[in-house]
Design a protein. Sequence first.
Length: 400
Amino acid sequence: MQCMAANTPELERGYAEVAGRAFKRPGEMRDHILKWMKRPRYSHAHTRIVVDNDAVVGGLAIVELPVRYGDTVLKLGGISCVATDPESQKRGYGRANMEDAVAYMAQNGYDLSFLLGIRDYYYRYGYRTAIVWFECRISPNVYSAKPAPGLRVRRARKSDIPGMAALYEKNGAQCNLSVVREKKDWLWYFDFGRFSDAHVVLNSEKNIVGYLVCRGAGRVDEIGLEDTTEVYETVLAFLQEKAKQAFSTQVTVYTPGENGFARYCLYKKRSTWARWTDYQGGPMLRLFNVEDLFRKIASTLQIRWQRVPRGLQPVAFTLQCPMGSVAFVPTENDLMIKPGAVVGEVVPLPDEAMTELVLGFRPAADIVEDAGACPTAATGALLDAIFPVTTPFLSPTDHM
C-alpha cells in the first residue's frame, strides 16, 4: 500500500472512478470530480490517493481556499469526497488516506482544514466541530410579499460578477472563514455550474442590488442584498413563487447570523432561525502549525485586546498544546504574542481545544474547563477577552 499524490491524469481518473463507485453514482460523480480538478489553485498534489497492487483503491480531494481571520488571510484545506473502492473496504485504506492528507497539509503551509464530518469518525484525525450553522427557515405559505416597484429578478450572468462580488464583500465576506474570492473564483463557479440557479435583483437603473444562489426550490446557499425593505420584499416574493411552483413548504437560507435579511424574515415574516451543530460530526476543523498560525493572527488578537474595556489584570500566560506553545504578555495598551515561548502561567490544552478556542466556537472558560485545565481567575478573564465567541461562516457555495 502506498499513499501519494495523483500526479498523472490516469491516477486522477482512477480516483474519480473509485469515488463514483463508492458514492454509487459512477458516471455522475466521476465527471463531477474530473471537472472539479480544473478549479483555481488546484494541483495534482491536492488529490491524495491510496495505491495497492498497482491499482487506485481510495482517495480524497483537498480544496485549497484562502479564508479570512480578522485582518489576515489563512490557507485552508477543505477535505472532500473521501472514498474507498467498495470491494476494498475494511482494510485500513481510509485511515491511511486521511493520515497522508493531514501530513501533507501540515508539511505544506496550511493553517487549518475543514470537512463535513461523519459522526464519531474524523475526530480520530484531530478534527473537532467548531462552527455553528445558521439557517433562516422561511415558510412561503405563511407570509405575503410583493416585488417592489422598479425592482426585478433575473438569472445571473458572468457579466454580473462585479456587482455580485461587491455585495458578497458587503454582506458576509468579513466573517471569519469567509473565502477571499478573486474573479477567477466567480468565473469558475459559473463554469462549474454552482451558479446555474443564481439570480440577481436589478433596480430601475439596471444596477445589481441583490443576488441569491439557489439550490432547487427549497434552499438558498448564499445571499447578498442591499439592506432595504424593498429589496427584501422583492426577494421574498421571488422565493414564494419559486416554492409555490415546486410545492415546497419551506425555504432554508444559509447566511451569517447577523445578516439583515435573516433578521427581517425573523421579525416580519414569521420565519425561524436555527442554530445547529453536531459535536461529533457536522462542520469540523483542525489547526496545523500552531506557532506559525499565531504569528499570522497576532494582529487580530492585538486589536481584540485593544477593544477590551480597561480593568482586567494584565498577567502573562502561555497556551501549550502538542502542536506548540504561544506566550501572551499583555500590558495596559498592547498585547505581545510570542509563538514558541513560555511565559507566566501555563495552560495545557489538547489540539482540539486549541481549535475551538481560536475559532470562538464556545466560551473560552467552557473550553478550558472541559480540557481539564484550571487557570487562575485573571488568566481566565484574559482568555475570554482575547478569544470571544464568534460566528465563522463558510458559504455552502464554497463547499465541494
